[in-house]
Design a protein around this ligand. Structure first.
Ligand SMILES: NC(=O)C1=CN([C@@H]2O[C@H](COP(=O)(O)OP(=O)(O)OC[C@H]3O[C@@H](n4cnc5c(N)ncnc54)[C@H](O)[C@@H]3O)[C@@H](O)[C@H]2O)C=CC1
Ligand SMILES: [Mg+2]
Length: 320
């Protein structure tokens, strides 16, 4: 539970507060600091302490972009400021410090690293560094662990043909389902439909999820783990106009031929057999269908993929 002071602190956006040396000395418990921050006119002036926002785990986050007074600071002055802040955070019992550093302030990374900060992650225009201040080993969660790729098995029930491509930039030319990497915030089915259209010119609709492949230390995922999902899609157009940059070949192939050919990947072969089974016995045997449900976070929703439930189990609560 947070105390009243901490609650107030958590509610406030922490500020860069210019303070006099005396106040700085008081705040820092006698181990004061004095930084030679420069104003816009270039003249040195006294600056205050580095402050951040409290998070619900007892960590403190500092967004350097929000501290205009830091802009003229050199690396050595920033290091002194950060060192004093770390001391203060430790005395206040903070469990961790997070530094969000805009790319143009990257000269603050090295002084932070010299005080024990490590990279947590980086996005296009900023990096985030962390320092664990709590007892024992760090309990901070890591950043993204997987890359997600999605392919679409566009199957036409009436002709029993499925849309396949051969990638241009691969070492071996093998038949596979068109697909590619998911974009941030994109649903699995939307990635499949988008990638199929971009690579083949064929329009389609999401029906279900068919398979999930997880592979670690994938060289094409920058050494991270790779999730590769294949969706079943219903064709909405049939004319092929494939992307010459990405694909070497593209065609509607008889599903049985794809299931038998050796010129394919083990995943494609397995999913072709799965589709054949679904086509013969009913897609409910193979489909992981999707349902949108409300999340615990107000206003947010998520997609849940699972095998179909019989009607009686959909409505009955507490079934044994
Ligand atoms: N059937 C299977 O078993 C296969 C599965 N996959 C999976 O599919 C997903 C990725 O699909 P893709 O079609 O590869 O992605 P994608 O369709 O999103 O993008 C591939 C394109 O990105 C560009 N690109 C990638 N790396 C590049 C680089 N270093 N420099 C310049 N351009 C670059 C190239 O234009 C390439 O054609 C992954 O999850 C992967 O594991 C990929 C190949 C085969
Ligand atoms: Mg692709």
């Amino acid at each position: 539970m947070l105390g009243a002071t901490e609650k107030l602190g958590a509610a406030m956006r922490w500020l860069w507060r210019p303070v006099g040396l005396q106040a700085a000395l008081l705040r820092a418990g006698g181990a004061g600091f004095r930084t030679e921050a420069r104003t816009a006119s270039g003249s040195p002036r006294e600056a205050g302490e580095l402050q951040g926002e409290l998070d619900r785990f007892g960590g403190v986050s500092v967004h350097l972009a929000r501290h205009r007074a830091l802009h003229g600071l050199d690396a050595a002055a920033f290091r002194r400021l950060l060192q004093a802040a770390i001391k203060r955070w430790r005395s206040e019992g903070r469990v961790a410090a997070w530094l969000h550093i805009p790319i143009l302030q990257s000269h603050f990374i090295a002084p932070a690293a010299s005080l024990g900060f490590c990279f947590h992650h980086a996005e296009s225009h900023s990096s985030t560094l962390t320092l664990w201040l709590g007892e024992g080993p760090s309990r901070l969660p890591g950043y993204a662990t997987h890359q997600v790729g999605v392919a679409g098995a566009v199957f036409d029930d009436s002709t029993r043909k499925v849309l396949v491509v051969q990638d241009r930039n691969k070492l071996k030319n093998m038949w596979k389902f068109p697909g590619g990497l998911s974009e941030p915030g994109e649903d699995i089915g939307d990635t499949a439909v988008r990638e199929v259209f971009e690579e083949t010119g064929v329009k389609s609709e999401f029906r279900s999820l068919l398979s999930i492949r997880q592979q670690h230390r994938n060289p094409e995922a920058f050494g991270k783990s790779d999730m590769y999902l294949i969706c079943r899609l219903q064709p909405r157009s049939f004319t092929i106009n494939f992307c010459q940059q990405e694909c070497l070949k593209c065609e509607w192939m008889d599903l049985e031929k794809l299931a038998k050919t050796e010129n394919t990947t083990p995943i494609t072969s397995r999913v072709a057999r799965l589709l054949l089974y679904g086509h013969r016995e009913g897609f409910d045997k193979i489909d992981l269908s999707m349902e949108e449900l409300p999340a615990v976070y107000t206003g947010l929703f998520y997609k849940l993929y699972h095998r179909g439930l019989p009607e009686s189990y959909r409505t009955t609560m507490g079934v044994d």
